[in-house]
Design a protein around this ligand. Structure first.
Ligand SMILES: Cc1cc2nc3c(=O)[nH]c(=O)nc-3n(C[C@H](O)[C@H](O)[C@H](O)COP(=O)(O)OP(=O)(O)OC[C@H]3O[C@@H](n4cnc5c(N)ncnc54)[C@H](O)[C@@H]3O)c2cc1C
Ligand SMILES: NC(=O)c1ccc[n+]([C@@H]2O[C@H](COP(=O)([O-])OP(=O)(O)OC[C@H]3O[C@@H](n4cnc5c(N)ncnc54)[C@H](O)[C@@H]3O)[C@@H](O)[C@H]2O)c1
Length: 459
């Protein structure tokens, strides 16, 4: 039962994360009336439980890693104490400030914010359950931007006690002595690095045969070498039979029967879409077998319904979400009539070592029947990597017919190279292109130049 007459907007957006926010800003700039419905907190996963708190945690503890690296060179000694409760306070204040900034931005642009859970009740109509009652809104176009949440396999469901997902781990105020992480993917690695810097002993169980299994195999190998150097215990190719809280500890049993006990467990085995109970079937949308909203080449889910960001499962990254949100706003406004062609997608893993990747690496190029060649530059020869006493790692380029098709790197600070690499892949640079520009010296960027101008070999 709605408590007030319905209001109509050209564009109604379900979800105020990066996808919804970017869509709202662009649609309003194109002159549309826009409402954003947010059930929880503005900024979505990215601001509240994802990109921003994890990078705050890593940034605040970089000094621990840097000191350890310099201590190995015998030029520094001592220790750094990280105050986790103080860091949690800083996180809370920083996130609140960012949420406020988003709210002010929406208001300054004349975008209506409805706080509550939205459900599609019929084509063109959404009910929003707010603290004051249910409000009905009508839409010209609906944009579904409800994002994702952690997923877990049966037998290892986070219970909020000793077995946690990334949401729970990010709120810890006590440093655990030990942590077992299920999933050696991006969340497992980034959060493992943070807690390792606080002194937590880390064990990772990864089902596939290497850490970060979607990365170039040489990158995975370097990640594993560096984690082992930091005393991580790594089990790859191992499957978990059960993981439960038991007597104040997390008890993990592998299918082999081996048992791992830790103070806390982090389940980081991937994320799934938030689509349940949205009434999307009432708008004519279809879901795939994993629950992601099916979209066409223009990110349309049904007539006058679009799905952007994590919820369509195309690329579960904040920059992909906001890029899709802005594109759909332009489609709705008639400013973009082409298919969605995002170009090469940049990927990074943060902490130490960082990784970056854009375009296609040899395995993908070979799978397409192409004959890639590769070139490399080792960070050991780079003066910035040397200065930071972090020389492990490399930049690797995949070439087809003399043009750059993919770039990856692992090592100190390499995520900073991602935008240059994205432009190189998008524009299909040749080695000559690299010679034509002046590269500042000394920079990490020079590792990219050395890789671009190095001799190529078979992949
Ligand atoms: C630990 C972690 C670290 C990450 N680090 C990075 C990173 O470094 N770089 C990167 O690119 N990506 C990172 N990501 C991924 C990134 O957070 C997501 O890709 C991004 O947030 C997706 O944006 P979105 O707008 O699609 O969805 P979300 O950010 O999930 O936002 C969806 C919003 O919809 C709201 N909502 C859901 N249902 C309803 C409803 N019925 N009514 C109203 N509102 C609703 C939710 O409350 C939420 O606010 C990270 C994720 C995690 C978990
Ligand atoms: N830096 C970033 O851009 C960033 C950071 C964090 C999260 N994210 C986004 O969040 C998404 C989710 O991150 P994630 O780390 O949860 O997923 P992921 O897909 O990155 O990694 C999950 C890992 O868990 C492994 N796994 C799956 N089931 C398992 C099982 N039963 N036992 C052991 N291992 C198992 C997988 O093989 C994989 O290596 C990412 O795909 C990414 O899109 C991005």
């Amino acid at each position: 039962m709605t408590s007030s007459p319905s209001e109509r907007f050209d564009v109604v957006i379900l979800g105020g994360g990066p996808a919804g926010h970017a869509c709202a800003v662009e649609a309003s700039a194109c002159g549309r009336s826009v409402a954003v419905i947010e059930a929880s907190e503005l900024g979505g996963t990215c601001l509240n439980r994802g990109c921003i708190p994890t990078k705050l945690f890593l940034g605040a503890t970089d000094c621990v890693h840097e000191l350890a690296a310099q201590a190995k060179m015998r030029v520094a000694s001592g220790s750094i104490a990280i105050d986790l409760p103080a860091l949690q306070d800083r996180k809370a204040k920083m996130l609140a400030g960012n949420r406020q900034a988003i709210e002010k931005d929406l208001s300054a642009r004349g975008i209506t914010l409805l706080r509550g859970r939205g459900t599609v009740v019929a084509p063109g109509m959404v009910d929003v359950v707010t603290a004051e009652g249910t409000v009905r809104v009508e839409y010209g176009d609906l944009v579904v931007a409800t994002g994702s949440r952690p997923t877990a396999f049966p037998g290892m469901t986070p219970d909020g006690d000793r077995v946690l997902d990334s949401d729970g781990i990010l709120d810890l105020s006590d440093v655990p002595q030990s942590m077992v992480i299920v999933g050696g993917g991006v969340i497992g690695l980034e959060l493992g690095r943070f807690f390792a810097r606080l002194g937590t002993s880390i064990t990772v169980v990864e089902a596939l045969d290497r850490l970060a299994p979607w990365e170039d195999p040489e990158v995975s190998k370097t990640i594993a070498q560096l984690c082992k150097r930091e005393k991580w215990t790594i089990h790859t190719g191992k499957r978990v039979a059960s993981l439960v809280s038991d007597g104040g500890r997390a008890r993990l049993v592998l299918e082999s029967g081996d048992e791992i006990l830790a103070e806390v467990a982090l389940v980081a085995t991937g994320r799934g879409p938030v689509t349940e109970g949205l009434g999307l079937e009432n708008a004519g949308c279809r879901l795939d077998r994993r629950g992601f909203v099916t979209v066409d080449e223009r990110l349309r889910a049904a007539d006058h319904v679009w799905a952007v960001g994590d919820v369509n499962g195309k690329a579960m990254l904040a920059h992909a979400a906001s890029h899709q949100g802005a594109y759909v706003a332009r489609c709705i406004s008639g400013c973009d009539t082409g298919n969605y062609t995002p170009g090469p997608m940049p990927w990074c893993i943060y902490g130490a070592p960082e990784t970056m990747r854009v375009g296609e690496m040899p395995a993908e190029l070979e799978a397409r029947g192409l004959h890639p060649r590769v070139s490399r530059a080792m960070l050991a020869a780079n003066p910035i990597a040397q200065a930071h006493a972090s020389v492990q790692g490399f930049v690797k380029i995949a070439w087809v017919d003399g043009r750059v098709h993919g770039v990856t790197a692992v090592g100190h600070g390499v995520a900073h190279l991602i935008t240059q690499a994205t432009i190189m892949v998008r524009d299909g640079w040749t080695a000559e292109d690299a010679r034509r520009i002046i590269w500042a010296h000394p920079t990490l960027d020079e590792a990219l130049r050395h890789a671009l101008t190095a001799d190529t070999t078979d992949a």
